[in-house]
Design a protein around this ligand. Structure first.
Ligand SMILES: [Mg+2]
Ligand SMILES: [Zn+2]
Length: 275
């Protein structure tokens, strides 16, 4: 039975805002952020903004509290839990950073549902300042993808997941995202996979501009309710199709479950750090 791997973008997909902008705006640093934006890459700017907020006396607790207030549709919570219960392997691929993503997922009780979080590394230094680093260290070498920002190529991350030894058979992907950075990974999927772009957001627009570029089947969504309904339909459909195929291969009296066994119990939160 193919294992369904559901890959979620984080900003404007799991949460209904951009966590970087949310923290900067909520802590009153929007003007400085916009002033510096033309001068450096986004990821470097976020590290710089954490320095500025630290200098202004803002603590890591204030940043954390602010992240916990970020809007997250309750239907996203039920979607994640239901997909997990249906046997999916859930992962995050995000251009935010580890502290932001983990803080939000933990707050909503979702962290343990994900087997892997791929994002920019971050840690708190001895002075209590949050440091944010690129996923790919672009100061030493480029990841070589012209579609993606220098710090992260989500397509490369998807290729790594695709290449992982298929311990329990074939993998089928469902990828959910909204942004420009989600286009490169969307191009990596096959006819058996699904891409779920958020309607009227940049990924959706890029797909609409050139629909023949994607091999995967496309299913749009606009809000948490549509995300949940569409995602669970695709998961159930894939599971049923697998069941029917398997039933044809085996004799009629062979009992097969329509729902795969629960995910690997040794779910490890593999926190990806740059190489
Ligand atoms: Mg996003
Ligand atoms: Zn790329």
């Amino acid at each position: 039975m193919a294992r369904i791997v559901v890959v979620f973008d984080f900003d404007k997909t799991i949460i209904d805002c951009d966590s970087d902008n949310w923290v900067v705006d909520q802590l009153g640093a929007t003007e400085l952020f916009e002033h510096l934006l033309p001068t450096m890459p986004w990821n470097s700017l976020m590290d710089r903004m954490m320095k500025e907020l630290h200098l202004q006396g803002k603590t890591i607790e204030e940043i954390s509290d602010c992240l916990k207030r970020a809007p997250l549709d309750p239907r996203i919570i039920t979607a994640v839990k239901s997909a997990y219960d249906l046997g999916c392997d859930l992962r995050v691929v995000s251009d935010a950073n580890l502290f932001f993503v983990v803080t939000v997922l933990k707050h909503h009780g979702l962290l343990e549902y994900f087997s892997e979080i791929n994002t920019n590394p971050s840690y708190m230094d001895e002075e209590g300042r949050l440091r944010i680093f690129p996923y790919h260290d672009f100061t030493t070498s480029s990841h070589g993808c012209s579609l993606c920002p220098p710090n992260m190529c989500k397509g490369k991350i998807i290729e790594r997941i695709q290449a992982q030894a298929p311990a329990d058979g074939k993998k089928r992907f469902i990828y959910l995202g909204d942004g420009k950075g989600d286009y490169c990974p969307s191009l990596k999927f096959s006819e058996e996979d699904y891409v779920m772009p958020r309607k009227n957001y940049p990924l959706w627009q890029l797909i609409c501009d050139n629909p023949q570029q994607l091999k995967a089947e496309v299913h749009e969504w606009s809000n948490g309710e549509e995300l949940e309904r569409t995602l669970l339909q695709l998961v159930n459909m894939s599971n049923t199709a697998e069941h029917n195929n398997a039933a044809q291969l085996f004799s009629g009296d062979c009992k097969l479950e329509t729902i795969p066994a629960s995910p690997n119990e040794a779910l490890l939160l593999a926190l990806r750090v740059p190489h």
